[in-house]
Write a protein that binds this ligand. Structure first.
Ligand code: SF4
Length: 349
């Protein structure tokens, strides 16, 4: 694995004040690896603790996403979504984009301290920082490592705008901190709920909290006044794109009090494409011809199909009273307006 020389496995001190039972109990099902090089494709689920060299990362120039800077305290994600677009990033570490991505989690244990240092640098000009754009900051390991409270506190103390996108209900632990930050700067929180179909959730997002629990996050953030947007993502052709399924999902999101709903149809770039294809072949081979047709030109479905899905979502939003986004006062929400251009941007995430 790349970054072998940055490993500090086992020498990371948990934040002071963490109750003893949590300090003593494993790493969210992840073991500490042996002190020898991590090989790709091997068995075992590991928390690979490293000292990162930098933490605020610039989005590559050619990317069309609506933010320029990201912070990702973890690499890999035990949420293990079969369609995850970030899978390819594990290959940059010489690990594989399939099972290794789900089970060999790189933990940047110095992320909070490094962030404070970089935010204080005269070279940093306080631009918005996006989190959850690559791997989920509230995946299970965060319960053990507790990097996010310190990260949010660092951003709050510098009044630096930020956004968080997560499927993790653990974000509720940090609700007070997020509310404090929102008093000082622009803060945006979003979760993604592609469908409320529980059977489908178990198949395609096996490591995530259920859609119902994510709806509860939306509800709690609405009650707290912070507000929560929902990326209805990904909408899966043949699996969650029927008018009835879309109506049920939009209805549940509206009922939970979401600020906005933005639909995103599944895109399949290299890394995710192979892994998803393997899952589809095993679980829904009847859908292979549909996917071959829709993705024959690359990572994205034809515009006509995307428009059809967006129209269904828009109609459902109208039925459920979610036509106009209600914006809260302290809101940076680069992900809320479902205009065609915005959808195009988000499909690139
Ligand atoms: S939660 Fe996000 S980052 Fe994690 S596996 Fe799922 S899609 Fe990927």
């Amino acid at each position: 694995m790349r970054w072998e020389e940055q490993r500090v496995d086992g020498r990371f001190e948990l934040p002071l004040g963490l109750p003893e039972p949590e300090r003593g109990s494993g790493r969210a099902g992840l073991a500490l690896p042996e002190p020898k090089p991590i090989e790709a494709g091997t068995d075992g689920a590991f928390a690979i603790e490293i000292q990162a060299k930098s933490i605020i990362n610039r989005v590559p120039g050619e990317s069309q996403v609506p933010f320029r800077w990201t912070v990702n305290p973890y690499r890999g994600c035990t949420h293990a979504c079969v369609y995850c677009f970030a899978r390819r990033t594990h290959t940059y570490l010489d690990l594989d984009s399939g099972r290794d991505f789900d089970s060999k989690i790189v933990v940047k244990v110095n992320a909070p301290a490094l962030l404070r240092k970089e935010l204080a640098s005269p070279r940093w000009d306080g631009e918005p920082v996006a989190m959850g754009t690559n791997t989920d900051p509230y995946q299970r390991a965060e319960g053990r490592y507790r990097l996010m409270p310190e990260i949010i506190a660092a951003l709050r103390d510098r009044a630096n705008p930020f956004s968080i996108l997560t499927k993790g209900t653990l974000i509720l632990r940090d609700l007070d901190l997020i509310a404090q930050a929102a008093q000082r700067t622009r803060v945006s929180v979003a979760t993604s709920i592609g469908s409320v179909d529980e059977a489908l959730w178990r198949e395609v997002e096996p490591g995530t909290p259920s859609p119902l629990r994510r709806l509860d996050v939306v509800r709690r953030l609405a009650e707290a006044g912070t507000g929560c947007s929902v990326l209805m993502a990904p909408i899966l052709p043949g699996l969650s794109d029927s008018p009835e399924q879309i109506d049920a999902t939009v209805g549940a999101i509206a009922e939970a009090g979401a600020v906005s709903v933005t639909p995103i149809v599944l895109h399949l770039r290299s890394g995710a494409r192979e892994w998803f294809h393997e899952w589809l072949s095993a679980r829904r081979p009847d859908l292979l011809p549909l996917y071959e047709r829709l993705y024959r030109n690359g990572a994205y479905t034809p515009k006509s199909y995307q428009r059809q899905v967006v129209d269904l979502v828009e109609q459902a939003k109208e039925r459920h009273g979610l036509v106009r986004p209600q914006r809260s006062e302290h809101r940076l929400d680069p992900q809320s307006d479902a205009t065609p251009d915005r959808i195009r941007q988000l499909t690139l995430l």
